[in-house]
Structure formats: structure tokens, C-alpha cells
Design a protein around this ligand. Structure first.
Ligand code: SPV
Ligand code: MG
Length: 436
């Protein structure tokens, strides 16, 4: 008699006895086929897996209770189930609530087509798994791992969503904020952090004119790095003198920063969102290209990226000029470009991208849609964007809240009236674990 087929889907970036229990349980019912999630599928809901698909496949293929390992390239099982038509699907009983419940419903529905059965086994690993995940994050949070994450994400995801982080606390918000979309069966979170010159300077009460020096910027980066694991992109302003830039990129690379973006302006740098209200002097593109090239030559790894930020549209020049500059910077070895604009309709950006993508399909393009924020990330991706940076929104939302609280306390001569705007003391005391 032919043995029954048992399907078990797993991501298993690290393997613990919970996985083994499920596999051993499955083997009691028949031949175990592991639907191993691809790196891309894992990146859509978790993080970049440390062990790539091939490595994980080798590990699982060598287990005595595993008959076969097949690729599962979405969280949803449907395609694989229809192909394999297993008699049983085995899963821990921890997926009845929340995001995974949709995946579960689909499994039950599809299995009915051939009278397959879902078997749910008690989820044995309990809190331990959260501890393991925590331990895993801590142990793997080395500069090498962290630095390489951005490049890996660029390969695994259609586009990268980046949020401003300007200190440890906002870093934690970017690290931990998740939104579940139950209908689509997706968890959304930010992929990476942007250390903005505008926000880093403003938090220090200083203007955004390259006044806050690199030592201070590195302090901010270290503060964020100590409590987070996501990749960091640094706003490097103009990159300064080439002779300094070659040392600075090495420092950042050694720390575990993933990328720096430098802009092609010269003279006293002013924030781009002033546009032509202030003097914005574009650098000679060939001089700027030399800086990019010197920076790339100085690096020790292939993971650290240098992006060239094109300021043509900020300084009142044309899309043609921006495209010409893009060619020169890519020739010089830039890992990608950022095209900036303060126009509200986003038209120049769309025009730039449509011409750029005809020539370069794989070169990453970064957008900072502060002015044209009516477009969603999906829309900007459809124009050709690869990395989308929300550059200043945590600072901009925090400041009005703080100001209002300060004014109310002054007005009332006490703080009772602001209690309703404030987080309860009990919550703030325990917001950061380990303080009790
Ligand atoms: C920053 O965040 O500092 C930037 C982006 O450089 S922008 O403010 O739009 O120039
Ligand atoms: Mg800046």
C-alpha cells in the first residue's frame, strides 16, 4: 500500500526542538514532505534569513524523518498543496489567531478538495521560541551581518521601506512597529533606518548645514545600533572633502552601517526642501564622480554601498541634467542613485524614472517622497523606485506634541491638563524592558 503524504511548511532559519517534534509527529502519519519557505517568502513577513534557502534545504534533507524538501515561495500553501495533494498537513496549534489564521483557513479549504486533513499538534516550544528569536537576533547582530542586510533585502524584496531613526527610542519604534493586514495575510514593518541630517541636526537644536560633525553623527548611529538590528542608511550630506570621505566610509563600514548617500552639491549645504529659495550650488558631476570612486576604492567589503544623490531638480536644473549625472555617477561605481525633488506633483520624478529605467533595470533608485507623499510605496515602486525613505516623520510628529504639552503646562500652571496627551507613568517605566 502506498504511504500517505504529509506536508509540513517551515521557514526554520534556526532549528529548534519544536520543528523536530512536528516532523516526528508527521512521520507517524506517512512520508514527510517539507515545504521550505524561500528567502523571499521569509523576508515578506519576518526578516532576512541568516541561513539561505540552499543551506536550510541541506539541513532538512538530511533529517531521517524527512522524505523530501520542496520550495514554498509564498506564505500561502495553496499552490504546493494542489500540486502535491497531501493526505495530511501538520502544523502547531499556535496559528488559530492573528495573521496566520488566514493561511490556516486557506489550508483547510484547499485540503477539502481531495479530503485531506489538517492535524494540529500542541505548540511545544512556548515562550521559549520568543526567547530563541531574541537570542538569535542578539547573537547575529554583528557589524558584518547588519551591514550585509540591505543588499540582501534589495535582492529579496521588490522595494525597501525605510523610516527615519534619530536616537535609540525612535530606532526602537522603527525596529519593532508592525502592522498586520489579516485579509492579505501580511505583516508590514520597516526594512531599514534612515539617519537623516535634518533630523539629527534638529534634535540637537542646530541647522541642517553640515554643522553636526561625523563624530556626533556616529554617536547617534551607535545609540541606535545598540538597541536595534535593522540596516542603517546614513545621510552623508555632501560627503565632505574626498580626502576625508575615504576615511569616513571605512569607519562607517566597520561599524556595520549598510550605506551612505552623498549629494552632488558644493559650498555651504542647505536642506534640499528649501529648493531654490536658498543658494544651492551643484557640484561639477565629474568632480563628484571622483569622490564616489575614491570612496568605493577605499572600502573593504562588497556589502557597504555608496549611493549618489542627484540634486539637479532641487537646484532648479532639468531632468536631462539629472539623467546625465546618473550616467556619470553609475560609471564611477555608485551602487545606486537617489533622485530628489520638492515638487508636489511628483511629475519630474516619474519622468526621470521612466527614462532611467529604460537604460538601467537593476540599478537601485532611492526616493524621498516628503513633498509628493500622496503616492503610496506601491505606486512609487511601479514607477521604478527601489528604496523609499520616509525621512523625517517621527521628528515632525513628536515636535508638535511636545510643544503643545509645554504650552498647556505653562497656561495652567500644572500638568494635570496634559495627562490626556501623555503616556501613563506606569507604561513609560516599562516601555524599555529590564528597568524593573
Ligand atoms: C534629510 O533627511 O536630511 C535629507 C532628506 O537629506 S531632505 O530633508 O528631504 O533633504
Ligand atoms: Mg539631509
Amino acid at each position: 500500500m502506498e504511504k500517505k503524504k504529509v506536508y509540513i511548511a517551515m521557514s526554520a532559519d534556526f532549528i529548534h526542538d519544536g520543528h523536530m517534534n512536528i516532523i516526528d509527529e508527521g512521520a507517524k502519519y506517512g512520508d514527510v514532505i517539507i515545504g521550505l519557505l524561500t528567502d523571499e517568502a521569509i523576508a515578506t513577513y519576518k526578516r532576512v534569513p541568516l541561513l539561505n534557502y540552499e543551506t536550510r534545504k541541506r539541513i532538512f534533507s538530511s533529517l531521517k524523518n524527512v522524505k523530501e524538501v520542496v520550495k514554498q515561495d509564498t506564505l500561502d500553501y495553496t499552490n504546493n498543496l494542489r500540486k502535491i495533494k497531501p493526505d495530511y498537513v501538520i502544523h502547531g496549534d499556535d496559528w488559530q489567531k492573528g495573521l496566520q489564521s488566514v493561511v490556516r483557513q486557506n489550508v483547510i479549504k484547499v485540503l477539502k478538495e481531495w479530503n485531506g486533513k489538517l492535524i494540529e499538534v500542541p505548540y511545544t516550544i512556548g515562550n521559549n521560541c520568543t526567547d530563541l528569536e531574541e537570542a538569535y537576533r542578539t547573537l547575529t547582530n554583528t557589524p558584518d551581518n547588519r551591514r550585509s542586510k540591505l543588499k540582501k533585502l534589495l535582492k529579496l524584496k521588490p522595494y525597501i521601506s525605510v523610516m527615519e531613526a534619530s536616537n535609540g527610542l525612535s530606532g526602537l519604534i522603527v525596529e519593532n512597529t508592525k502592522v498586520e493586514n489579516i485579509e492579505e495575510g501580511k505583516i508590514k514593518e520597516f526594512d531599514a533606518m534612515w539617519v537623516s541630517s535634518l533630523c539629527d541636526s534638529t534634535f540637537k537644536g542646530k541647522p541642517d548645514i553640515e554643522l553636526v560633525d561625523l563624530t556626533s553623527r556616529i554617536n547617534t548611529i551607535n545609540e541606535i545600533m545598540e538597541v536595534t538590528t535593522k540596516p542603517i542608511i546614513l545621510d552623508g550630506d555632501t560627503g565632505g572633502k574626498t580626502e576625508h570621505f575615504i576615511y569616513n566610509v571605512k569607519t562607517l563600514e566597520r561599524l556595520g552601517v549598510s550605506a551612505i548617500i552623498i549629494e552632488d552639491k558644493t559650498g555651504l549645504k542647505k536642506n534640499s526642501l528649501f529648493g531654490t529659495e536658498v543658494k544651492q550650488t551643484l557640484e561639477d558631476p565629474y568632480v563628484f564622480a571622483e569622490k564616489i570612486k575614491a570612496g568605493k576604492d577605499a572600502l573593504a567589503t562588497r556589502d557597504f554601498m555608496i549611493f549618489a544623490r542627484i540634486e539637479s531638480l532641487i537646484a532648479g536644473s532639468t531632468v536631462e541634467d539629472a539623467l546625465k549625472r546618473a550616467d556619470i555617477y553609475i560609471d564611477a561605481g555608485a551602487d545606486g542613485i537617489m533622485i530628489h525633488s520638492k515638487e508636489k506633483d511628483g511629475k519630474e520624478i516619474k519622468t526621470f524614472l521612466s527614462a532611467f529605467r529604460k537604460k538601467y533595470q537593476d540599478v537601485p533608485v532611492i526616493l524621498v517622497p516628503t513633498s509628493y507623499n500622496q503616492y503610496t510605496e506601491e505606486e512609487l515602486y511601479s514607477w521604478g523606485a527601489s528604496i523609499i525613505i520616509h525621512a523625517n516623520h517621527l521628528l515632525r510628529s513628536a515636535y508638535p506634541a511636545m510643544l503643545k504639552t509645554a504650552q498647556e503646562i505653562l497656561k495652567n500652571g500644572r500638568s494635570k491638563e496634559v495627562d490626556k496627551y501623555c503616556m501613563p507613568i506606569k507604561e513609560i517605566l516599562t516601555l524599555i524592558p529590564g528597568g524593573k
